[in-house]
Ligand binder design. Structure first.
Ligand code: S3P
Length: 166
């Protein structure tokens, strides 16, 4: 299992899709699975049930997916907030897509689907998440100012998978 982690706007979904296509593996985005199973957009889950309930659903979804068949899996930027998720990541190839705060904001600032953007002290949230990201990741790939294709090449190289699927 290849698991992509990183802050909102790091490109986990875009890079994950390309990576999966290249490796001929299925791609799964944990937020999409949550939206499908709950029948609600992430934004609506936050609005009607609150963040704590979203985290509970997210942790259950992610631990189930991590125990399932091999896929490229993109996690929501806050999934590692839950200790259960951090513990379940241990056995997998976890890749941090490392985005600078300013660039992350530029990429997602106008997106109404990301409720965490309205939190006070977003840069503090970004800073506080970095230790968890770095502890969980086997490799970190810088993404700021770089195209998804280039990032995919770097991920493949970092995992020793360059040449696979060519
Ligand atoms: C969140 C990130 C989102 C989504 C939810 C909460 C966060 O995923 O899971 O809005 O806490 O950072 P992306 O990282 O794909 O935007």
């Amino acid at each position: 299992m290849i698991v992509l982690i990183g802050f909102m706007g790091a490109g986990k979904t875009t890079v994950g899709r390309l990576l999966a296509e290249h490796l001929l593996m299925p791609f799964i985005d944990s937020d999409e699975v949550i939206e499908r199973t709950e029948g609600l957009a992430v934004r609506e889950i936050f609005a009607t049930r609150g963040e704590a309930e979203f985290r509970r659903i997210e942790a259950a979804t992610v631990t189930r997916l991590l125990a399932g068949p091999d896929v490229v899996l993109a996690l929501g930027g806050g999934a590692l907030t839950t200790p259960e998720v951090r513990a379940a990541l241990g056995a997998h190839q976890v890749v941090l897509l490392d985005v600078a705060f300013e660039e992350a904001l530029e990429r997602v600032a106008a997106d109404p689907g990301r409720p965490m953007l309205h939190k006070p002290d977003l840069s503090g949230l970004y800073d506080r998440r970095q230790d968890d990201y770095r502890e969980a990741a086997r490799v970190a790939v810088p993404v700021s100012g770089r195209s998804p294709r280039t990032v995919v090449e770097d991920v493949l190289a970092a995992l020793g998978l360059d040449g696979v699927g060519e």
